[in-house]
Design a protein around this ligand. Structure first.
Ligand SMILES: [Fe+2]
Ligand SMILES: [Fe+2]
Length: 420
């Protein structure tokens, strides 16, 4: 055995020993010491992170390429500062209406609150991700918005979001405006996000709910009519357009489908009631949906002619109030809006906050505020929202496209006393 072989053998042996337990439990391949290229020659297209299970211990990595791109390029990952490289193979699926493929690798059994290095194969550059902490003893910070599209404005919002070094980004529908039928547009949106939403080498995970522009026809369709959204997010949404993502015991994101591929009433409302009840003791619960319960641009409607958000107001708002949802992030109207805390549509300091209204990359003039007593703020302004959870306080800060703080409000962690 020459020196090089001997060193490799010893490395492999120590890796196998160190990782033996994890290999048995988590089914990972261990013990192979990758030789990474000194100069990267491969750049994965639209490489981005998302979650399908608890963000404290998992990470889902996806990218898009030709069928032969991925065969020799598993994901290699190791905790920052460690040389214990592990390998994860992909599940693959077709990128709809194209010759491309989606490569997905879910990493599980990760350490909470840790930085990891990873690479796509051995010939691409090193990237990083961070798992969410096991507890919210330190501040948690994330960014939200909706109605992105492609082009200069959403890319500016992407970079503004990334500059906040958020743990992750939530996009509340109308992501690419590909309308379920334009693969190039969806790919461009993902690639923009991949290039823009980075904090140094760290990729910032994206979670999302479905909007009308994900769907051929927009409303009351089946999942097959939203082929692009489900092609990359069906890990979190395997059967329906709604799902909950639980961060350990301290935060839950409840994603809803405002009648795009799942009706508002019936099964989804029953699920929402169960889901919120089960999370009554969780200190931070945020609902995310696309069409707003309390619109800032479109018609609210009357009793005879229910307008935008009537279904949410009838079926979901009573549940948000009963189970003390901390804030509802809702979009679709292309403005910046914040409501007063609301109970049954009326300002009440014990009420629920509704933040939106989808101006990551699209913009419209809001309606006259005098007609909408539920609105605290409405503005024709591109914006991203920064949410910071610090102890019992939740801070919500709206940043304009100039990076200026245009609005700040706080909510308090639910104490279990604000029952509707
Ligand atoms: Fe939109
Ligand atoms: Fe929309």
């Amino acid at each position: 055995m020459n020196n090089l072989d001997r060193r490799r053998f010893l490395q492999s042996a120590s890796l196998a020993l160190a990782g033996g337990y994890a290999q048995a439990v988590f089914g990972k391949t261990l013990g192979e010491m990758p030789t990474f290229a000194q100069r990267p020659t491969f750049k994965p297209t639209a490489l981005f992170l998302t979650w399908q299970r608890d963000p404290t211990t998992t990470m889902t990595i996806q990218w898009i390429g030709s069928e032969t791109d991925a065969a020799q390029r598993p994901v290699w990952y190791a905790r920052k500062g460690s040389q214990l490289w592990r390998k994860q193979e992909y599940s693959t699926r077709r990128f709809p209406i194209s010759d491309h493929w989606i490569f997905r690798a879910e990493l599980t059994g990760l350490e909470p609150g840790e930085d990891y290095n990873f690479r796509i194969g051995t010939d691409s550059s090193e990237q990083q991700f961070r798992t969410m902490p096991a507890k919210d003893t330190n501040p948690i910070q994330f960014v939200s918005g909706g109605d992105s599209g492609t082009g200069a404005a959403p890319r500016h919002s992407n970079r503004l979001a990334a500059a906040q070094s958020p743990d992750f980004v939530i996009l509340g529908g109308d992501l690419a405006y590909e309308d379920g039928e334009h693969p190039d547009r969806f790919l461009e949106f993902l690639d923009n996000y991949s290039n823009d939403c980075r904090d140094g080498q760290r990729l910032i995970p994206m979670v999302a709910c479905i909007g009308n522009h994900e769907v051929v026809g927009g409303y009351e369709e089946g999942r097959t009519q939203a082929p692009f959204f489900y092609s990359v997010f069906d890990g979190l949404f395997p059967d329906t357009g709604y799902a909950a993502l639980d961060f350990g015991q301290y935060m839950s994101l409840v994603f809803l489908d405002t009648n795009h591929t799942s009706p508002i009433d019936g099964a989804q409302t029953d699920w929402l009631a169960r889901t919120l009840k089960e999370r009554e003791d969780c200190p931070n619960v945020f609902a995310i949906n696309h069409v707003p319960a309390y619109p800032s641009h479109r018609a609210f409607g009357t009793v005879d002619q229910p307008g935008t958000g009537a279904g949410n107001r009838k079926h979901w708002v009573p549940l948000f109030e009963r189970y003390n949802v901390d804030a509802v992030l809702e979009h679709h109207d292309h403005t910046y809006k914040r409501t007063h805390p609301l109970l049954d549509g009326r300002p009440n300091e014990k009420g629920v906050l509704y933040l939106g209204d989808g101006s990551w990359g699209k913009i419209r003039k809001p309606t006259d505020m005098d007609n909408r007593p539920y609105l605290a703020v409405a503005a024709e302004s591109y914006h991203v929202s920064v949410h910071r959870i610090e102890g019992r306080q939740q801070f919500h800060v709206a940043l304009s496209d100039a990076g200026r703080v245009v609005d700040v409000c706080t909510s308090t962690k639910r104490g279990g006393t604000r029952r509707g």
